[in-house]
Ligand binder design. Structure first.
Ligand code: NAP
Length: 267
């Protein structure tokens, strides 16, 4: 590979916080950012999953530190930020990936269900943006990456609360880009299509709660059919987009929503 390309994608000596790092897209993002040279600070509510991700990062020669964090807890997110700066000496990348999904028809959704999804997906991302932006604007550089969803691009029955949270994340990202751009900080969002992770297994479980292989195959086939490429996504499809937004290759990109979704939505 040419040295210019290596330099543009190099994250050596950079520090990256990844929330949702215990599973799925967040785990793969942490591995990928570490493979590009970053020290990754792994944050998630799931301590066991975090330890597994750290082991996988280190197994591929990467550097990782762990901080168990509930992103819906503003003080915990502030403490995560302080831990990242204390551990790495700076803060270059913050990826807000932690999230939950819920399906409920609007007529049935409870206030507790709405609060939980908004507290994690929207307010958790908001607290992460605010905490990261404070450090990065003082530093004069940094990249904040949020996770929206293809679910925010088209109305899927049953997904109102989730889609509302992800549509709001896209607008939050644009406004943040305006507020922090003059200080050298970028903010972008990624809106994944269907990605095969633990989050989507709720659609594959039979009455006994176990994954039903026929349901799994049917769901994957149906989702692939909705893609103009005939594909479903893998966590690396999102992790590579995150890598692009994290590194200097994307120095001219801010306020954007990038859509690795197999072509299911082209707004
Ligand atoms: P995942 O495998 O379920 O990973 C999400 C992680 O976030 C889990 O480790 C989860 O822990 C953690 N988490 C939940 N609540 C948290 C909290 N309060 N504080 C900290 N961590 C918390 O899901 P994924 O598919 O990788 O999703 C990652 C992101 O991509 C999410 O924002 C999701 O909405 C978005 N996304 C996913 C898809 C898809 O098709 N998979 C498509 C579009 C967007 P627990 O497991 O303990 O809850």
């Amino acid at each position: 590979m040419h040295a210019d390309i290596e330099k543009a994608f190099d994250l050596s000596a950079r520090v990256a916080v990844v929330t949702g790092a215990a599973s799925g897209i967040g785990r793969q993002a942490a591995i990928t950012l570490a493979q590009a040279g970053a020290l990754v600070i792994l944050a998630d509510i799931d301590a066991v999953g975090l330890a597994e991700t750290a082991a996988q990062v280190r197994a591929t020669g990467g550097k990782a530190a762990i901080r168990q964090t509930d992103v819906s807890d503003r003080d915990a997110v502030e403490a995560l930020t302080a831990y990242a700066v204390e551990t790495g000496g700076r803060l270059d990348v913050w990826a807000n990936i932690a999230g939950v999904i819920l399906t409920a028809p609007i007529v049935d959704a409870t206030e507790a269900q709405i609060d939980r999804v908004l507290d994690i997906n929207l307010k958790g991302t908001y607290w992460g943006c605010a905490a990261a932006a404070r450090v990065m604007t003082a530093q004069g550089s940094g990249s904040i990456i949020n996770i929206s969803s293809a679910g925010a691009d088209f109305p899927a029955p049953g997904l109102s609360i989730y889609a509302m949270s992800k549509a709001a994340v896209a607008m939050l990202t644009r406004i943040l880009a305006h507020e922090v751009g003059p200080q050298g900080v970028r903010a972008n969002a990624i809106a994944p299509g269907f990605i095969d992770t633990p989050m989507v297994t709720y659609r594959m479980r039979g009455p006994d709660g176990a994954i039903d292989q026929k349901m799994r195959a049917d769901l994957l086939a149906a989702r692939a059919q909705g893609s103009v490429l005939g594909l479903t996504g893998e966590p690396t499809d999102i992790a590579y987009a995150i890598l692009y937004l994290a590194c200097d290759a994307s120095r001219f990109v801010t306020g954007q929503v990038i859509r690795p979704n197999g072509g299911v939505a082209m707004p």
